[in-house]
Design a protein around this ligand. Structure first.
Ligand code: GDP
Ligand code: MG
Length: 597
């Protein structure tokens, strides 16, 4: 396809503003998918994505469109993940296209993720077409929302397209705007091949599939290509595009987006953002800014049933093949037996992997407290990376500890600013900047990553009713007074509940944890002390009194089926517990105990 007949774009929106519905409608209006094959949310493939309403892996679709000028265009839509854990993936896929549709719900207005995502688009030099969606609803107010887009984001919204992705109004106008307002890609057919690796995943039939955007040159079937970062070379087996189902073609030219397969064994061998070129006479110039994403949060995953360890290994190995940013190594815990220490990009990433193991592989898991990587500087001058608080060396050998810090940028309406500042302050944040854009404040904080990984994002959303957007970058390691806090249940340390905390917060955190555990652990026939300790010193203590919780007590005699149901439920609840000495600790305790509110 000639460059001037190609338009590459993404859709940016706050969650629920209609990104998926609009994508469906564009696909349908252009006849890309026959009406009878149309099902909702075509691009959100995975079950978990559907349920959680998030798009995890970027997806893409090629649409043929005959415009009002009578010419045929190829439109490539790349769908991007919307969550901060995947910020790096978002920024890469934004760089694979030239423009964005900015979808804003015309009954709601600009919201948190609208900003975070549109800034990514602006950063990638996109031309941006504002789309006001849901105009079929009575509460629609296009003038107000257009004004808000201009005030808050600072882009012209006078020609914003008024759309109902539900009824189909404005879809044709949107397609025309993509052709007339977004720029065609630039590139040179005769230059050495330079293509961006936008995404990759494992397909049961075809093996590793690599989504590419060709910048310069032509990529053909049968040629030998190499990845610039790893120098690994492969023969290209197939080339194709998504419509959205796969369609094989012979080549991809400059400006085009499609996929290749090349008997690459595992997704780990491909790096998002990497440059692909020909093995011979290829380009030497890598695309700028490539950095593979590194796991920043670690936790242990253990099977509830020890007999399932081999199944868990199998599941983890399979998932890792498909996800280069997920790392793992075997771990043994005195209390939990055999399991794996796993590394993730963030907490959502952790939850997604955990859910997939439980759901797709049917293995019940115990997830231990998430931890970041600490740098331990030893007396003898060595530096050790600590991925697991349980591995903390003897304190007499340690000189000092460093923890990772982040620069967090938060956008929030004025009204909630006080709550946000308090939250950041509570999490040992140091304020760096505070500015205003319209009625929105932008604050920048230097925060310990440790204080952010569990539930910072959830807390931020709840104190701001969902109106804050949050983004962060790692800024490096800094020394602080960090200590390992152990939890003892019935006098026995539960290594899976050990955490690193700041010395000044230890007592407060310890108290909060033992109080929570007291609620989370069911009563037993005997009294159970629950303690938090630093070294040998107990800093907080609660006692769970003896008594068996009789779940059937409230069913006064009578209804036998109800009684049985309750007992069954209690049994099922039991299965999800693990024994520590004589005490059963429910699975959810391991993460819940750490949430701070
Ligand atoms: P996404 O999270 O941005 O992908 O949003 P979805 O496309 O999943 O849409 C969120 C909800 O809004 C769904 O229930 C859609 O059916 C609904 N929706 C999307 N577009 C429209 C519209 O134009 N009008 C109305 N009334 N509802 C819409
Ligand atoms: Mg969606």
């Amino acid at each position: 396809t000639e460059l001037d007949k190609i338009r590459n774009f993404s859709i940016v929106a706050h969650i629920d503003h209609g990104k998926s519905t609009l994508a469906d409608r564009l696909i349908q209006e252009t006849g890309t998918v026959k009406d009878r094959d149309m099902k909702e949310q075509l691009l959100d493939a995975m079950d978990i994505e559907r349920e959680r309403g998030i798009t995890i892996k970027a997806n893409t679709v090629r649409i043929d469109y005959r415009a009002d000028d009578g010419k045929d265009y190829v439109l490539n839509l790349i769908d991007t993940p919307g969550h901060v854990d995947f910020a790096y993936e978002v920024s890469r896929s934004m760089r694979a296209v030239e423009g964005s549709l900015l979808v804003v719900d015309s009954t709601q207005g600009v919201e948190a993720q609208t900003l975070a995502n549109v800034y990514q688009a602006i950063e990638a030099d996109h031309e941006i077409v504002p789309v006001l969606n849901k105009i079929d609803l009575p509460a629609t107010d296009c003038d107000r929302v257009a004004e808000q887009i201009e005030d808050v984001i600072g882009i012209d919204a006078s020609e914003a397209i008024k759309v109902s992705a539900k009824t189909g109004v404005g879809i044709r106008e949107t397609l025309e705007a993509i052709v007339t307002k977004l720029p065609p890609p630039k590139g040179e057919r005769d230059a050495p091949l330079k293509a961006m690796l936008v995404d990759s995943w494992y397909d049961a039939y075809l093996g590793v599939i690599v989504l590419v955007r060709v910048i310069d040159g032509v990529l053909k079937k049968g040629e030998r290509i190499k990845m610039l970062s790893t120098k690994a070379a492969y023969p290209v087996e197939r080339i194709g595009v998504f419509r959205p189902q796969m369609e094989m073609i012979d080549e991809l030219g400059p400006g085009e987006i499609g996929f290749l397969t090349a008997s690459i064994k595992q997704v780990r061998d491909t790096r998002v953002g990497d440059t692909i070129t020909h093995e011979k006479k290829g380009t030497e110039n890598a695309l700028p800014g490539f950095k593979p994403s590194q796991p920043v949060v670690f936790c242990g995953l253990f099977p509830v049933d020890n007999a399932e360890f081999e199944d868990l290994r199998d599941a983890i190995e399979k998932l890792a093949l498909n996800d280069a940013s997920f790392s793992y190594e075997m771990e043994t815990s005195a209390a939990l037996g055999f399991g794996f220490r796993c590394g993730f990009l963030g907490l959502l990433h952790l939850e997604v992997i955990r859910d997939r193991i439980e759901r797709e592989y049917n293995i019940e898991l115990i997830t231990t407290a998430p931890s970041v990587i600490y740098h331990i500087h030893m007396r003898d001058g060595q530096m050790i990376e600590l991925h697991n608080p349980a591995d903390m060396p003897d304190l007499t050998t340690v000189d000092h500890l460093e923890e990772p810090r982040i620069k967090a940028t938060i956008l929030v309406p004025d009204d909630y600013l006080g709550d946000v500042l308090k939250l950041c302050q509570d999490r040992r944040g140091i304020q760096q900047d505070l500015t205003y854009a319209g009625s929105r404040a932008m604050v920048v904080y230097d925060l310990p990553l440790n204080e952010v990984v569990f539930d910072f994002y959830d807390r931020l959303k709840s104190v701001t009713k969902g109106y804050a957007s949050f983004d962060y970058q790692m800024i490096g390691y800094r020394e602080d007074r960090l200590v390992k806090m152990s939890i003892l249940v019935n006098e026995e340390p539960v290594d899976a509940l050990s955490t690193m905390v700041h010395f000044d917060r230890a007592e407060q955190r310890g108290r909060a944890m033992v109080e929570k555990l007291k609620d989370l652990i069911p009563r037993h026939m005997f009294k159970i002390p629950i303690q938090a300790a630093i070294g040998g010193r107990v800093i907080a203590r609660e006692t769970l009194s003896a008594m068996r919780k009789d779940v059937t007590a409230k069913c006064y005699g009578g209804d036998a089926t109800r009684k049985r149901k309750l007992l069954d439920k209690q049994k099922a609840g039991k299965k999800k517990m693990r024994q520590f000495g004589k005490v059963d600790i429910p699975q959810e305790a391991f993460i819940s105990a750490l949430k701070m509110d």
